[in-house]
Design a binder for this molecule. Structure first.
Ligand SMILES: CC(C)(COP(=O)(O)OP(=O)(O)OC[C@H]1O[C@@H](n2cnc3c(N)ncnc32)[C@H](O)[C@@H]1OP(=O)(O)O)[C@@H](O)C(=O)NCCC(=O)NCCS
Length: 204
């Protein structure tokens, strides 16, 4: 169920632009407003009637652990990360784990990537609280993460996604990720847990 995507000037046009601004330096945090995205894109879907609170995107810190665990368990009901694994991801990859917090300071979304190694990075996990979905939050987090990876030298970003996870596959497809021609790999994440590899390359 876990998986994930990336972007920059030399990346596919589908990954660039979009909601506009990124740029906030990691660690300083910045505000995004999902509703503005819907209105700007002319998306008159179910979100247009909602008034989502602003969210602040920043890097994870150790004190986020309880809230991050709570969020991960809410998002991945049947496959939450063990506390010990999430703890080590926070320890190892704080520079590559972006969280979004709502106006009350509660975490409502996160994306975890691996630092580029020989030009390749992986999106390990992406999740948005159910009450905050369809407001452009995952897309914004992905673009932010991809741009950060690009500036660090990543030219390829990969992720595994459950073939039946339509929201996620649609998101990754819209960002320019391409599914592996081999199709889903049976039991890749364990018995019955098929996954398909999706890849995003920079343009030459
Ligand atoms: C997948 C997930 C991260 C999307 O988060 P989100 O914030 O709702 O996504 P966004 O609002 O940024 O949507 C961006 C695009 O993704 C696609 N998308 C998102 N949710 C969708 C849905 N329910 N149905 C179809 N497409 C969807 C659309 O292309 C959408 O663009 P659009 O709104 O212009 O149509 C969220 O549904 C989630 O956390 N799911 C459970 C965990 C999970 O599956 N994580 C990913 C795999 S590890």
């Amino acid at each position: 169920m876990r998986s994930v995507p990336c972007s920059p000037s030399s990346w596919p046009a589908s990954v660039q632009g979009g909601t506009g601004g990124r740029t906030a330096g990691i660690g300083t945090g910045h505000v995004i407003r999902g509703l503005e995205r819907s209105e700007a894109s002319g998306n008159s879907g179910s979100m247009s009637a909602l008034h989502p609170p602003s969210v602040r995107v920043r890097n994870v810190v150790g004190q986020d652990m309880p809230d991050l665990l709570r969020l991960d368990r809410e998002v991945f009901l049947d496959d939450p990360m063990p506390h010990s694994i999430l703890r080590q991801f926070v320890d190892m990859f704080a520079d590559h784990l972006l969280v979004a917090e709502d106006e009350d300071g509660r975490l409502c979304a996160y994306v975890l990537a691996t630092p580029p190694h020989r030009g390749r990075s992986w999106i390990v996990s992406l999740g948005v609280a159910s009450a905050m979905r369809r407001r452009g939050l995952a897309e914004q987090l992905m673009r932010e993460s991809l741009e950060n990876l690009r500036t660090e030298g990543a030219h390829t970003v990969l992720l595994w996604v459950e073939p039946t996870n339509k929201p996620a596959t649609a998101l990754y497809d819209s960002l320019g990720f391409v599914p592996d021609r081999e199709g889903p790999r049976p039991d890749h994440f364990g018995p019955g847990a098929d996954r398909i590899l999706m890849t995003l390359h920079t343009t030459p």
